[in-house]
Write a protein that binds this ligand. Structure first.
Ligand code: UTP
Length: 235
């Protein structure tokens, strides 16, 4: 009887909605992403969360103008993140569930039989980064990869300040300070990683790797814990 291949430790990936759908080359990107995640998910329990990006923000802005409550705005965002999860999960195909899990618990339970598992948001009050962190803590993941639209963590906002410097390694204290300065915690918030997620990973001592999500070779290296371009936050 063939012996089962030893599996690597679980990894969780949080992909920003702004990476999944940019309006440019989205279909070949999603095809390539699905192929790599499907393959990497065979060697380790792999969970992927998908963000809502500009589509979520458009709904949240319209809802806000209509006077919806913050909880209702968060729920609009969650629904968009789930649409993105369906898109990616559908392309990956079996054993990935095409109907994304709606809770952290369901995702954790299904990943051991259906890796990779793809899901969106869960409940109001945080982003899909926090969902990734909650899952990573429960799975005792080796690390979390944040695939975002900037190639790492910067000392200032690189979209506003061209002199901003990328930090290739940083500790949790420094990262917490940057997150606190950048993430307001309101619906549709945008910073490289969310506050609750950063807090959870810091407490559990799980390293966070931040990479440009559109560079698939580099994203694969970060998931596989090989040398990568980006930022490493951790001890
Ligand atoms: P995202 O995870 O996409 O947040 O969730 P984001 O910061 O906008 O990230 P990018 O741009 O995709 O990288 C979108 C919104 O959905 C709600 C929040 O309002 C969030 O800002 N949401 C998402 C929740 O309330 N709970 C969740 O678990 C996930």
């Amino acid at each position: 009887m063939p012996t089962a291949r030893p599996r690597a430790r679980p990894v969780v990936v949080s992909i920003g909605g702004s990476v999944l759908l940019t309006g440019e080359g989205d279909v070949p990107y999603l095809e390539g992403l699905a192929e790599r995640l499907g393959r990497l998910g065979r060697d380790r329990p792999l969970v992927v969360t998908t963000g809502g990006g500009r589509t979520a923000r458009a709904y949240i802005e319209t809802g806000r103008a209509l006077g919806l409550t913050d909880v209702e705005l968060d729920e609009l965002g969650i629904d968009v993140t789930r649409l993105h999860a369906r898109l990616l999960a559908g392309r990956i195909g079996p054993p990935t569930p095409s109907h994304p899990p709606a809770t952290v618990r369901e995702a954790v339970e299904s990943v051991h039989r259906a890796s990779p598992v793809v899901l969106g948001g869960t409940e109001p009050g945080h982003t899909t980064d926090a969902v990734a962190a909650l899952i990573a803590v429960r799975l005792r993941a080796s690390h979390v990869v944040n695939a975002t639209d900037v190639p790492g963590v910067y000392d200032r906002d690189p979209k506003r300040d061209r002199t901003a410097q990328r930090l290739s390694r940083l500790g949790w204290e420094e990262f917490r300070r940057l997150v606190a300065a950048g993430a307001p915690g309101t619906p549709g918030q945008a910073f490289v990683f969310d506050r609750l997620g950063a807090e959870l990973l810091a407490r559990a001592g799980i390293p966070l790797y931040v990479v440009a999500g559109r560079d698939l070779g580099n994203l694969e290296a970060a998931i596989g814990d090989a040398p990568f371009e980006g930022s490493r936050i951790g001890p």
